[in-house]
Design a protein around this ligand. Structure first.
Ligand code: FES
Ligand code: FES
Length: 173
């Protein structure tokens, strides 16, 4: 396909990135094929499977349905930008619960689950997790361990949130 290239500038995993893209390129195309961020997976390309989930300005989106040019000036987070020296609590819990089989769905699940825990800031139940992950299909696991893992992770992140919001000096006598 043709079309003039345009220079796209966005922040990806906290770094400014500039890349020439065609107007028809999806965000998924650019992340995987131009920026080599292949942790974001490609599946149906029609918005049905969720394996391409990334965060745009902190909200989960299906990157196969987002044109790259829509990310101009915005913040993109991919699985490569989750966690740091240590895995994120969601990643750690998925590992402890043995929740992955082939693993293809996992990057998208982590991005959706991280959003749920960050935006609620409290312990969540299995129903809330199931709702948040409704767009992330997993062909292998039956979801039970995934739901348990995210509930488990929420217990950890909720404690961290409570600690962070405790005013200095409270609790001391
Ligand atoms: S590849 Fe985007 S939803 Fe399936
Ligand atoms: S672990 Fe294989 S698709 Fe989810």
């Amino acid at each position: 396909m043709s079309g003039q290239s345009v220079l796209l500038s966005m922040r990806v995993n906290d770094a400014v990135v500039e890349v020439a893209v065609k107007p028809h390129h999806t965000l998924l195309d650019v992340l995987r094929d131009r920026l080599d961020l292949t942790g974001t997976k490609q599946g149906c390309d029609t918005g049905d499977c969720g394996v391409c989930t990334v965060q745009l300005d902190g909200e989960p989106v299906l990157s196969c349905l987002v044109l790259a040019i829509q990310a101009e000036g915005r913040e993109v987070r991919t699985i490569e930008g989750i966690g740091g020296a240590e895995p994120h609590p969601v990643q750690d819990a998925l590992d402890r619960h043995d929740a992955a089989q082939c693993g293809y769905c996992m990057p998208g699940i982590v991005l959706s689950a991280e959003h749920l825990l960050r935006t609620t800031g409290r312990e969540v139940d299995r129903e809330e997790v199931a709702q948040a992950l409704a767009g992330n299909l997993c062909r292998c696991t039956g979801y039970v361990k995934i739901l348990d893992a995210v509930v488990d992770a929420s217990q950890i992140t909720a404690k961290d949130t409570a600690k962070d919001s405790t005013p200095p000096g409270s609790g001391s006598t």
